[in-house]
Ligand binder design. Structure first.
Ligand SMILES: [Zn+2]
Length: 297
């Protein structure tokens, strides 16, 4: 069976050996301990490559590997990180070429392919749910808001930067654009909006009736419903998965209700949301699935 390594770079680097849509053994994680600040934020792009190389070598255990698939946040084209608001040091970086050159020994010659991180989550969900023949869409909630799609298709698909409000004061998005979904629902923008509260406290306070936090909770759900509704109006209805570290903030019943207020045409009915607990393995599998497809085609 083909042995492929899957790599997911989101809040941390997770690397695993994939065979037949399963991760063999436990994934390698960097950094091993959860730190309060994101250690990858301050790491130069070359350092991230070095860290991926180290984990790939460890996971491969001296064996030959056919392909390495990487999920990385941002706009990825032809193996280059064209832009990445949450990893600004990687803007313009030729990640695919840099890792290909860095791999030596038995790993030399392994095919490296880079994809958007949310796209690999969509591929992982499709593979593990036996839905590789269907359109799978996913929102990933974390510092950034990702929109992933399987099968991946030509285009940019930066759904996290969908404009969901015309309020000119909404300018917290990491990309600098006004009115974006990520500027509301992204963890980093929540911290900028509530300088005195952590995102967890904001949602706790909302549950206990604090007016400012309740209003914000509603804004978050309306924003995610709006971006989803826009996608439905462009691509049609279906299941939208939601995953990532901040999926805990989502009230599915509220989100469903708001979406149905926004989508009324009868051929567009029937969409639903499904929460999927965040897991590195899902992204690792998806990165491997996408890499194998890319190498074989
Ligand atoms: Zn943005």
């Amino acid at each position: 069976m083909r042995r492929t390594v899957g790599v997911l770079v989101m809040e941390h680097v997770a690397v695993g050996l994939v065979e037949g849509h399963k991760v063999l053994g436990s994934p390698g994680i960097f950094p091993q301990k959860k730190e309060s600040l994101d250690p990858l934020q301050s790491m130069p792009a070359e350092g991230i490559v070095d860290c991926i190389r180290g984990q790939v070598e460890k996971i491969a255990g001296g064996e030959k590997i056919e392909a390495v698939g990487i999920g990385f946040p941002g706009i990825i084209r032809d193996g280059v990180v064209e832009d990445s608001p949450n990893f600004q040091q990687a803007k313009g970086f030729a990640l695919q070429a840099a890792l290909s050159v860095a791999l030596g020994g038995k790993l030399a010659g392994a095919q490296v392919r880079v994809f958007n991180d949310a796209d690999v989550m969509a591929a992982g969900i499709a593979a593990t749910q036996g839905k590789l023949n269907k359109l799978t869409r996913v929102w990933t909630l974390g510092n950034g808001i990702g929109f992933g799609r399987y099968p991946s298709s030509e285009g940019i698909w930066e759904g996290g930067h969908s404009v969901v409000t015309l309020d000119p004061k909404e300018n917290f998005c990491g990309c600098g654009g006004r009115g974006h979904l990520e500027g509301i629902l992204g963890r980093r923008s929540m911290r900028m909006r509530f300088l005195d509260l952590e995102p967890e406290e904001v949602f706790e306070n909302a549950r206990s009736g604090d007016a400012r936090c309740t209003e914000f909770l509603m804004l978050c759900h309306r924003a995610l419903a709006a971006a989803t509704a826009t996608n439905i109006h462009m691509e049609g209805p279906g299941t939208f998965f939601i995953t990532g570290p901040d999926v805990k903030f989502i009230d599915l019943a509220l989100l469903d209700r708001l979406l149905h207020e926004m989508v009324k045409m009868s051929p567009l009915q029937g969409s639903r949301f499904e929460l999927i607990p965040t897991s590195d393995e899902m992204g690792i599998i998806g990165a491997a699935v996408n890499a194998n497809r890319a190498v074989q085609h």
